[in-house]
Design a protein around this ligand. Structure first.
Ligand SMILES: Cc1ncc(C[n+]2csc(CCOP(=O)(O)OP(=O)(O)O)c2C)c(N)n1
Ligand SMILES: [Mg+2]
Length: 585
């Protein structure tokens, strides 16, 4: 549809100058990777992004997968990544990843192309209401003006680019949405580097506020009287947090109950106080009661482990102190005080404010010995069978993932089994998962996006329904020559539901919750050009993963399990672990 008579026709120069300045502004703000989906209305942005020497364009077909790919890249690189879609439902398909980015605090710069105002709400094709399309899931959402061949317009576009990137990045990080109306013709001038117009820099310097020790002197005094505190580390992604919280734990003499996604469980930092088997230990109600703490310090998002969350609820009358940059991560309503502060800085300040260093006393030693016993019982239980089981996958990965590897855990059982079965170690393994909104969608794409941004090998462990949900995401593997290993745990349906009360309704269970599909994934892998093999024995599984990590391309290693047997195995392992732990306490 052409421009209406009387309206200014878009000139190639106007597009080149304004959109060029915007693209240059993004690149200068450090947004160098953009996931682009094909479409016509987005042409000015697509062509200028593609032409700009400082930008790398990652093409994707499916907007939902594209957005999750960008999310994975942004998570792994800890930098904002941009996204571009044409108008209409294309833009709506970004919504799941934008939502995840909002809750998981991942910086995304979402660019959507739109029809100009005179075509809106008049039944024009591919035209929907895109203003504030992602609702309250963006930190900033604006409507751009129509491009003009004018220095002021170019300057404004540069400012929006700088501000958009900075807003996405600043704590708490999250998505921003910039909606671009474009009038036809849509082809921009690419002559003479159009982005060089008005290149005066726009710089944003967001300086973090450090917490100072005197500010935490009252808390340090309170904790002086409490020898039996615990520190709970939930999912968080700041790489310096582990060292800071480990130092705080040694100062206070408190055990560190560390979710793998906190990046505190594994790594070269001091792990002397890390308790890695709390999920198994705290399933025992008597033990959970006896381990009553005097205070709890909570960092990160709510932990994955349900027994840990129940432990915090059981002891809701003790001081529970939450430290978070800006949010209120307390779905169990047991927090008694919230500090809005940068967590690593808070740990440093509290350590400095506390007089002396308690080290490991009786209380921490008790937790550590329970944890060691429970962990040994889990390993012994798994050692009884050399068939690969869902829990064994994590125990085996812990043994073979090299320094610098990334383990991406799918939602549902994989992220829970990671918590229960992956022991603490000095290996610097990075753990990622989509825990903002816990969707089983977009997991393949998120992991592949992360694989494009990390240096070492990346292994994704994913359930069959989650894999199915995002098979379009596999298209990126060959197109972008990615390297990754996908461990596909195929229990022919939703294994998690076998652990829930729904499982006690056999007449409806399979149809409504188990949802078996009977799919053979080998042809799907072949279609997308991925390596494929099945592993039945643990040794075979470990060899397959090691070989895949050493090979280019994406390989799928399918492990077939049975849902009811998997639930029974978990029950047996949990009760072995609790028994071993209680025996000693
Ligand atoms: C997008 C989305 N749809 C539905 C759900 C609800 N859900 C949670 S777990 C699950 C089953 C996942 O099955 P699978 O990926 O095979 O993992 P398993 O439970 O077998 O470990 C479903 C449907 C969800 N979390 N996200
Ligand atoms: Mg499954």
């Amino acid at each position: 549809m052409g421009a209406q008579p009387g309206l200014t026709v878009a000139s190639p120069d106007a597009l080149g100058v304004t959109v060029g300045a915007f693209v240059d502004g993004l690149a200068r703000a450090g947004v160098t990777d953009v996931c682009v989906c094909p479409g016509s209305r987005s042409t000015p942005l697509a062509m200028l992004l593609h032409a700009h020497p400082g930008v790398r364009v990652w093409m994707h077909l499916d907007e939902r997968s594209a957005a999750y790919f960008a999310l994975g890249m942004a998570k792994a690189s800890r930098r904002p990544v941009a996204l571009l879609a044409t108008s209409g439902t294309a833009a709506v398909n970004f919504a799941p990843a934008v939502t995840e980015a909002c809750y998981a605090r991942v910086p995304l710069v979402v660019l959507t192309a739109d029809r100009p105002p005179e075509l809106r709400d008049l039944a024009a094709p591919q035209t929907i209401d895109q203003t504030h399309l992602y609702g309250r899931h963006t930190k900033w959402s604006i409507e751009m003006p129509l491009p003009e061949a004018d220095e002021r317009a170019a300057r404004y576009a540069r400012i929006v680019a700088a501000r958009g990137a900075a807003t996405a990045r600043e704590a708490p990080a999250g998505p921003v949405h910039l909606n671009f109306p474009f009038r036809e013709p849509l082809i921009p001038s690419l002559d003479g580097e159009p982005w060089s117009a008005d290149a005066r820099p726009v710089e944003v310097a967001a300086l973090p506020r450090r917490v100072l020790p005197p500010e935490l002197a009252p808390l340090a005094r309170e904790l002086r009287g409490i020898l039996n505190g615990v520190i709970v580390c939930g999912p968080q992604d700041d790489p310096v947090f582990a060292g800071a919280v480990a130092d705080l734990a040694a100062t206070l003499g408190y055990p560190l109950l560390a979710d793998p996604l906190s990046l505190v469980r594994c790594g070269p930092h001091d792990r002397a106080l890390v308790v890695d088997a709390y999920d198994a230990i705290l399933r025992d109600a008597d033990l959970a009661e006896r381990l009553r703490p005097g205070a709890v310090l909570r960092f990160g998002a709510p932990p994955t482990s349900k027994p840990l969350s129940q432990f915090l609820q059981r002891h809701d009358d003790v001081p529970q102190i939450i430290v978070d940059e800006a949010a209120w991560p307390d779905p169990i309503h047991t927090g008694s005080r919230v500090y809005h502060a940068e967590p690593a800085s808070f740990c440093g300040a509290l350590t400095a404010a506390f007089d002396g260093r308690r080290g490991i006393g009786d209380w921490a030693r008790r937790w550590l010995s329970l944890s060691t016993r429970a962990r040994s019982a889990l390993a012994a239980g798994l050692g009884r069978d050399d068939a690969v089981s869902e829990p064994a996958v994590f125990a085996d990965l812990a043994g073979i993932l090299p320094e610098g590897a990334t383990l991406f855990a799918g939602n549902s059982m994989p992220v829970r089994d990671l918590d229960t079965f992956f022991p603490s170690s000095s290996h610097a393994v990075r753990f990622l998962a989509n825990r903002g909104a816990n969707g089983i969608d977009g997991v393949v794409s998120s992991a592949l996006g992360a694989s494009a941004a990390v240096d070492g090998p990346l292994v994704l462990v994913i359930g069959d329904l989650s894999f199915c949900h995002d098979m379009n995401g596999l298209l990126a593997a060959k197109r972008h020559r990615l390297n990754a290993t996908i461990v596909l745990l195929n229990n022919d349906g939703g294994g998690i539901f076998s652990f829930l009360p729904q499982a006690e309704h056999p007449a409806r269970f399979e149809e409504l919750f188990g949802t078996p599909h009977g799919l053979d994934f080998r042809p799907a892998c072949e279609m997308y050009g991925l390596g494929y093999q099945r592993a039945a024995r643990r040794a075979e599984f470990r060899d397959a993963v090691a070989q895949s990590m050493a090979s280019p391309g994406v390989q799928v290693i399918e492990v077939r399990t049975e849902r009811a047997a998997n639930a029974a195995l978990h029950q047996a392992l949990w009760s072995d672990a609790a028994a071993a732990a209680t025996e000693a306490d």
